[in-house]
Design a protein around this ligand. Sequence first.
Ligand code: BEZ
Length: 222
Amino acid sequence: MRLGDTAPDFVAPTTHDRINPPNFHKWIGDNHWCILFSHPADFTPVCTTELAQLVRMQEEFANRKCRLMGLSTNGLQEHDKWIADIEGQAGGLQLNFPIIADVDRHVATLYGMLDLNDPTNTDPQGMPLTVRTVFWIDPRKRIRATMTYPAAVGRHFDEVLRCLDALQLADLHPIATPANWQPRQPVIIRYDVGEEEANRLFPNHTAPLPYLRYTQINSDDQ
Ligand code: BEZ
């Protein structure tokens, strides 16, 4: 799967829609982004810390009109029990996003979430695990960014949020974001914006190099 591809649609039971789940695209809706992220297995330590962190941050994603959808390959009853542990680790906050019960690994296969080559990503029986993938999906259901971490490395969810901010900002303005950018910091005028246009759109920009032009975006737009 490549950036710009349509995110594969699917139907799968989740902790929120157990019996007649809507298809994934319908669940996202027309005005929301989605972060789809996978975990190797329920009741595993790194995954538990990751989900507890997402519970602490879930409102940040909601504020950006972004839905969260988790995936693990255990069944719904195990998910329910695990969620109680996660909420405990999140200081009693309620986990308010769905987790797919991908028991037959249908969704994991569709999205290439199974790692077949790296022996650190196998379960005790030697079967491939769903590794730690993240897909940023826009309201048109296009995959806009992806990341894959091995089972043994927990993800940094500030980066997941930061990338979402960068994608959303670059959809509003002809800009790109520099290394280590954080919201409200200067951004870069895109290389394909001509000089005249750059002066018109961003009259106060500065250019330490002819091809490196910084500008500030009004914080109301961020
Ligand atoms: C974990 O979440 O701690 C984990 C899961 C599978 C393999 C390695 C670590």
